[in-house]
Design a binder for this molecule. Structure first.
Ligand code: FES
Length: 187
């Protein structure tokens, strides 16, 4: 169920062209920035399963650090080094996840459905939407907590939403995951 929830995986100002690994719901993700925006891929090269977060960005391509496969912005393999022939680029593509930048954070969802369900975090972010850490950390935590307490987890089966015990354990699992991610960002 939580795989359908949106979670923050980095602060906007910390996500750069240098790929970073973030663990979300026990899944390793590589988070990096390209010219057209943030990209989030499963942190596993389709060639030998090694982490893409060890790779680098060159132009508009993510280059795997191990044998040099190159992936475009949409996760498609665009070049296979000659030494790996006869594999063709078509054999390889990344599992990609959506990325949304809001409230100074980068958000993603492992099983997106429809519009992003991102907690509303009020106002005191400037027009640039960057994060003033000291002032807003507590506010973010409080507002996520408040949002979770109101969330009806609309993606759940109706019979589950009427079970208060199930709903409350889901909310506390979600809160723990939010807290763990925010801690990792020093928020
Ligand atoms: S593991 Fe990535 S290119 Fe081989």
């Amino acid at each position: 169920m939580l795989a359908k929830q949106w979670f923050p995986v980095g602060r906007v100002d910390q996500v750069t062209a240098r790929p970073r690994q973030v663990v979300l719901l026990n899944l390793r993700l590589a988070v990096y920035r390209m010219a057209e925006g943030v990209r989030i891929a499963r942190d596993m090269c389709p060639h030998r399963g090694l982490p893409l977060s060890s790779g680098r960005i060159e132009g508009e391509q993510l280059v795997c650090a191990y044998h040099g496969l190159r992936f475009g912005a949409a996760g498609q393999c665009v070049e296979v080094p000659e030494k790996l022939a006869p594999k063709t680029a078509k054999c390889f593509s990344l599992t990609m996840f959506p990325a949304e930048e809001r409230h100074g954070l980068v958000w993603t969802c492992l099983m997106p459905q429809g519009e992003p369900r991102i907690p509303h975090i009020a106002s005191s972010f400037g027009a640039s939407d960057t994060l003033d850490e000291a002032n807003h950390a507590a506010e973010i935590q409080l507002q996520i907590e408040h949002w979770l307490s109101l969330a009806k987890f609309g993606f759940m089966e109706p019979e589950l939403t009427t079970d208060p015990g199930y709903l409350s354990s889901l909310q506390s699992l979600a809160m723990n995951e939010y807290q763990r991610l925010l801690d990792a960002m020093n928020i």
